[in-house]
Design a protein around this ligand. Structure first.
Ligand code: C2E
Ligand code: SIN
Ligand code: SIN
Ligand code: SIN
Ligand code: FE
Length: 376
């Protein structure tokens, strides 16, 4: 992962570290079955098994519940050979569902092993429970178990490769976004760590809202995943504002203020154009909404559009709260830094006029949590 706090653009150090490490670790195979005999036979039959130069590490569990425990200890398990009937009738199916839905593990390949061949519930289970293969226990002969394992590991390897690629693309994207924000920030010397705090607080605010069930129809997993990175872009429009205005020590005159206010729409337009080169909702489309909406006010008196209440995109209302709070507690070329208590009092005063009151409420909880973490 890219650490966004690194100065990506102006680092003098060459990239280091090995690019390719040959993995010789064994594949982890978890056997979940209440019959000791099944464990013994499986280990025996697969004792010489190798796939792509890597052997197997056997992990045993004797109930569905123990299987869940072992998988938590070994989240990098590649394949599970799973019995259906254990401590209760469908303990294996229950575990399969738990793995996908609760542990959110979609990588591990689940091979169901049943005692009674061709039973209807198991066929349905194959579809309903996201099970990857299903074998009867009589198929414990070496040949069939061998082919089942090769097939499962091939699929597992493909999934791991796609996941690694996705992580790489995501890291590159965060890097690009940070570089864009840096370009805008270098003009505005006051802001320094400002965007990184906005990133953390915007993400925390979205999570806090989700936890209390607020705006549930807007906050989904994608929203939670994108908002932190997208928030970094809220002020990119400042690239277009002259330094003489950005760094003016005192109050802006009317003409200067008019120019300053254009940073919101300029950022929105810039990001909107770039976003159109990428299909689907992504960090740039959300960044565009945030840049365009972060100076709108709940009562409709903001800019650039004078939008009101929930007409302001939620992501922009969230970033507005993070941005204003940070502006208050920070020293700017035109103002002193306020204390945390003074700032929160001002936030409360602005709730319902400038800021979304529900988001300000969430800020109280986020700050309380931050404080608790600092105190240990
Ligand atoms: P900023 O300094 O990061 O402030 C962000 C937002 O925080 C402001 O957006 C405003 O909504 C809120 N904020 C800042 N200080 C206070 C305060 O004392 N009380 C309250 N209630 N809210 C506060 P706004 O006003 O749209 O300004 C946008 C940007 O324009 C500011 O970002 C800053 O870069 C610049 N700016 C605003 N006023 C002045 C000024 O008097 N002089 C200079 N040089 N720049 C200014
Ligand atoms: C479950 O999926 O949680 C229970 C499995 C079953 O009994 O069908
Ligand atoms: C900043 O000074 O970087 C934030 C101010 C704004 O949100 O316009
Ligand atoms: C959105 O873009 O998040 C929807 C705008 C709203 O909050 O109503
Ligand atoms: Fe701004």
């Amino acid at each position: 992962m890219v650490d966004p706090n690194d100065d990506l653009m102006f680092s003098n150090d060459p990239p280091s570290g090995p690019l390719h490490v040959v993995n010789v670790d064994p594949w982890k195979l978890l056997i979940v079955d209440d019959e000791e005999q099944v464990h013994a036979v499986t280990r025996l039959v697969l004792s010489d098994f190798e796939f792509e130069g890597r052997g197997l590490e056997f992990i045993s569990a004797y109930s569905g519940m123990e299987g869940a425990k072992r998988l938590m200890e070994h989240p990098d398990t590649a394949v599970i050979l799973l019995d259906v009937v254990m401590e209760f009738d469908h303990a294996g199916l229950h575990l399969a569902r738990q793995i996908r839905e609760e542990f959110n593990n979609h990588s591990v390949r689940i091979v169901l092993r049943t005692g009674q061949p061709g039973q209807a519930p198991e066929k349905r289970a194959f579809l309903d429970y996201d099970i990857n293969d299903y074998r009867t226990k009589t198929e414990l002969t070496s040949d069939r178990l061998f082919t089942a394992m090769v097939g499962a590991l091939r699929n597992y390897k493909d999934i791991q490769r796609i996941k690694a690629l996705y992580e790489q693309v995501k890291a590159a994207q965060i890097g690009t976004v940070v570089a864009m924000a840096d370009l805008a920030e270098y003009k505005d010397e006051d802001t320094g760590e400002h965007v990184m705090r906005i990133r953390a607080r915007s993400e925390a605010l979205a999570r806090a809202l989700a936890e209390q069930g607020a705006y549930a129809e807007l906050i989904n997993d994608t929203f939670l995943e994108l908002i932190g990175t997208a928030s970094i872009l809220h002020d990119v429009g400042k690239v277009a504002i002259p330094d003489s205005i950005l760094r003016k020590p005192g109050k802006l005159d009317e003409e200067e203020w008019k120019v300053m206010k254009t940073h919101a729409a300029k950022g929105e337009n810039l990001l909107f154009k770039v976003a159109q080169m990428v299909p689907g909702p992504n960090v740039l489309t959300m960044g565009s909404q945030i840049a365009g909406g972060h100076h709108e006010k709940w009562d409709g008196s903001g800019y650039p559009r004078g939008l009101q209440g929930e007409d302001i995109p939620l992501e922009a209302r969230i970033v507005a709260v993070a941005d204003v709070y940070d502006a208050l507690i920070s020293k700017r070329c035109y103002k002193k830094a306020w204390t945390a208590d003074e700032a929160m009092a001002e936030m409360r005063r602005c709730a319902g006029s400038h800021l979304d009151p529900v988001v300000v409420e969430a800020l109280e909880r986020v700050l309380a949590k931050e404080r608790a973490e600092i105190l240990g």
